[in-house]
Each structure stands twice: as C-alpha cells, then as structure tokens.
Design a protein around this ligand. Structure first.
Ligand code: TIU
Length: 293
C-alpha cells in the first residue's frame, strides 16, 4: 500500500496506512452527556459534542480503509481499588468518582455513563482500552497492541484536548510514535485550552506531534477501493440495490468522479473530498439527486 501525505502543521506528514492506527480517546457518556463525571467537575459538557460528528467521519473512513481502530475509556474497577485516593478526593463529595449519578456510578467500569457514546460505538474486534489514568499507555495493554500490529503512526481524536488527549500524545511521543492530532475531532470544556493544547503539540517543529483535521485525513485517504483491501460499492451499484433504507443506503458510497457520499439530507447528497463545486444536478438512473458540497 503506497504511503499517503496528510496536510498538517507544522508540516505535512507522510504515513503508511498499514502502520497507522486511529485512536479515539474517552468519547464516553460520562464526559459528553449531562450527569456524568465531566459535569460533576463543573464543566459545560455541550462544548464537547461538536467533536462527535468529525470523529464519526474519520472513524467510518478508517474502518473502510481497514485501519486499526482503538478506543479508550477512562474509568475504575467497581471497588475503586485502582483509583488513587488523590484522584477520588476531587470534586464535590456527593459527585465524586464512584458516587451514584443519573448514568450510574461515576467513572466506574460497566456503568452506563462509562460507555462510549452511541455514534462512535466500537465495532466487534476493535480493541477497547480501559485506562485508570489520563494517559492511555499508563497501566494498559495499549503499547503491546500497537507494537504487535506494527504501528508507527497514531491519528488521535477524543476528549479532552488538554487532559487525556495531550497526556496520551506525550506518552506516545516518548515511545516513538508519530502522533497526528485531529483538531476538530478533539474538544475541551475550555476552548482556550483546546487551542493552547494543540499549539503546544505542534510548536518547536512538532515537539509532541502534528496537528491536522478530519478533512485533511479524509482527503489523504481518498477512495478506499484504490489500493485498499476493503472496496466500497459505487453509487451506481448501491442505487440499483436500494432497499428499505432508501437513500440512506447510499451513505459511504463513491461517485464516479471520486465523490464520497457523506450524509443524505432532504434528498441532497452531502459530499466529502469532492473536486466538484456544488450544488449541481445529477441523474442516477431513476433517482434524481442533487449533489451538494
Ligand atoms: N476533566 C477533563 O478535562 N478530562 C478528564 O478528566 N478526562 C479526559 O480528558 N478523558
């Protein structure tokens, strides 16, 4: 598989896709939904939801291209024996790790709030790393899994930018991995920390790694049926088989000019990575559709 070049700062980076994993950090209900750990710390959790959609696009593309996808979850054993007392003591006493909240016990493994948000739910076979700390390498099997699969590069998404994402990137960088942090796939409760967290990563010639975005990764990946093990149906073949899912079955297909169909909305096909300026009308057999950038 030929390497691809991803637009990034401080400079573009060339990666082999067979040596590149997508790692999605802690996109858990406890951080993203009301009533979880993030909110108990006094944060506005709605600031994190914008990252879900960008993560979903990159996750879909990574799956289509056969990349290793790793998910992480921060949380503790039900008896809290793996949680340092200093960590347990943070926050209001009724709202601390292990306390009962609307999504179950806060940041405890197996509880509803500890699980990953439905839009990014791990597929069968995708490793899920349960981590007791902020960094995904600390006291986990992550390094073993990445080494066994021959990974050199990590596309990093998740929350929060300056806490678990940054800690993991620093751990990975010291272990020799090249980290490409996708800015719009990460988020913080504090927008200024998000910006500064990313600035720290790419400063000094990329002291901890590279900063890029979902659009650059999707553009670099291109059509998964070119030199990739997982061919996707073309729009024409999918339209012929369009069943009860209707237009939505066209999601993720490719048009003849290399347009990736991202979403369907009001009979409009929303495209990614297209060279076309939209909207233009397009006729596909008996289905009259409108392309839109
Ligand atoms: N509080 C905060 O910003 N983050 C965390 O506690 N964990 C993660 O970042 N996952």
């Amino acid at each position: 598989m030929p390497p691809v070049t991803i637009e990034a700062e401080p400079q573009p980076i060339e990666v082999g896709l067979d040596k590149t994993a997508l790692i999605i950090i802690d996109m858990q209900r406890d951080f993203l939904e009301p009533g979880g750990f993030g909110e108990t710390l006094g944060n506005d959790v709605s600031r994190l939801t914008a990252a879900i959609e960008s993560c979903r696009l990159v996750l879909d593309a990574a799956r289509r291209h056969g990349l290793l996808v790793v998910h992480t979850r921060e949380g503790h054993r039900p008896d809290l024996s793996d949680a340092p007392p200093a960590k347990l003591a943070r926050g209001h006493p009724s709202l601390r790790i292990g306390a009962k909240g609307p999504m179950g016990r806060i940041l405890v493994r197996g509880e509803p709030g500890h699980d990953i948000v439905p839009a990014l739910y791990p597929a069968p076979g995708e490793p899920v790393i349960d981590k007791p700390g902020k960094g995904a390498f600390y006291q986990t099997e992550l390094e073993l899994i990445l080494r066994n699969r021959g990974m050199d590069n990590l596309l990093v998404c998740g929350v929060t930018t300056e806490v678990c994402v940054s800690t993991t990137v620093r751990e990975a960088n010291d272990r020799g991995y090249r980290c490409i942090v996708l800015a719009d796939c990460c988020a913080s409760y504090f927008p200024q920390f998000h910006e500064v967290g990313l600035a720290m990563i790419k400063a000094q010639g990329g002291i901890f790694g590279w900063v890029s975005g979902s659009g650059s990764v999707l553009a670099a990946l291109g059509r998964p049926d070119r030199g990739c093990s997982l061919p996707r149906p073309t729009l024409r073949s999918a339209a012929k088989k369009m069943g009860s899912k209707g237009l939505h079955s066209l999601q993720g297909c490719w048009g003849r000019r290399g347009q990736l169909i991202d979403r369907i909305s009001n009979s409009r096909l929303l495209l990614l990575g297209t060279p076309l300026a939209g909207p233009i009308r397009f006729r596909l057999g008996w289905v009259g559709l409108r392309w839109q950038r």
